[in-house]
Design a binder for this molecule. Sequence first.
Ligand SMILES: Nc1ncnc2c1ncn2[C@@H]1O[C@H](COP(=O)(O)OP(=O)(O)OP(=O)(O)O)[C@@H](O)[C@H]1O
Length: 418
Amino acid sequence: MIERGTWAEVLLDYRSLPFEGIKREVEVKVPNTRMAVAIIGPRRAGKTYLMRQLMEELKSEGVREEDIAYVNLEDPRLVGASLKDLMTLLDIVRDMGGGKLHLFLDEVQVVEGWERFVRYLLDMGHRVFVSGSSAKLLSKEIATQLRGRSVTVSVFPFSFPEFLRARGFRVKRYLSSEEKAGLRALLDEYLEWGGYPEVVLNPHMRAEVLRGILELAIYRDIVERWEVRNLRALRLLLKILARSSHLTLNRTYSTMKSLGISVGKTTIGDYLEYLGDAFILHRLPPRVKSYKKAELLGFKPYLVDNGLLRVLGVKDRGRLIENLVMVELLRRGFEPGEDLFYVPGDGWEVDFLAGDELIQVSYELHPLNRERELRALAEATKRIKAKELTLVTFANEGTITLKGRTIEVVPLHDWLLR
Ligand SMILES: Nc1ncnc2c1ncn2[C@@H]1O[C@H](COP(=O)(O)OP(=O)(O)OP(=O)(O)O)[C@@H](O)[C@H]1O
């Protein structure tokens, strides 16, 4: 049993902890209906920090401090907390002057039966924010456990604007040549190392930090969680995913076999699911009518952060820029298979159909690939009613008119800052 005094101490300690992080640009719409907000995302992306930022924002909107409470249920002082203890927590928060509450429960999975407590709070008209992740309950499953009583907010590693903020770079409409060079160098860094907050904030040891994050996800979210024994196969699969532009189960199976790792197709399929559940892998399906054709064409694999690609040995800048665009589209709320696809054709392919925008990504536009990239966009418009056609490159800029359609050529930094 957790003593009342302990609860009070914990609550007060967190209350006096100032938020000193980089401001995130994650939109959190708190529903008016009795729904909790579940903050989900890959490990180390900043879920806890986002909770603290939200508390700060509530305070600045005039919500009384007494009406906001945060607890991290993994706090060593709260070891063994039960559902009953959570009811004591509620009592104490009220005792400390709380009325209509905004309760932030971090690492909520630690307490058996926590979802009943959350439902009770919602029924009483309080606002509830939950987050956490463990081998037992992945952050994604926290939302599932609330069965229709939650909306989810996804947290990804820093976006480019957030990364620039962390680096102290102020984006303005007009930049001097020195500022432009600075921005370009930062874009290079972001392209190669990605946006995990700890990586951005510790540039001198980013490779180690990234390896640590990858290992954490592999061990806690996959090996421990699913009792995966064939770690060699899992690691090889990750490498294959990092380096492949398209994959099918059959192709992955053959590649692994040719490299001397023999695992069944079902197992490979399972591993892909696990990597997806841990938010490490995002699979982009083709926009085709039949399921069979989609199977045949396969999916395009992307990882949640470019830094992960880097520690898995990927240096190809074409691959890096495409991965960056994919993650940004996910950040903007597009969902693979729902409103996000790639468009395959006969001898051409468009990288992304995001809503009604066709986006082609090419590291550099030059006489050798220009014709191919533009043709792909032109061919795709024959099949898809797209409102906008965009070509994202590292540095090219302008507009191109092709068969009466305007293609906007946008440099990566501009696109990321939109
Ligand atoms: N907005 C931010 N500003 C500054 N640093 C941040 C920010 N967000 C995250 N970090 C850094 O990244 C680390 C991980 O963040 P946080 O604990 O919020 O992630 P999490 O998604 O809750 O992780 P886990 O899945 O392991 O619980 C923090 O300890 C901090 O160093």
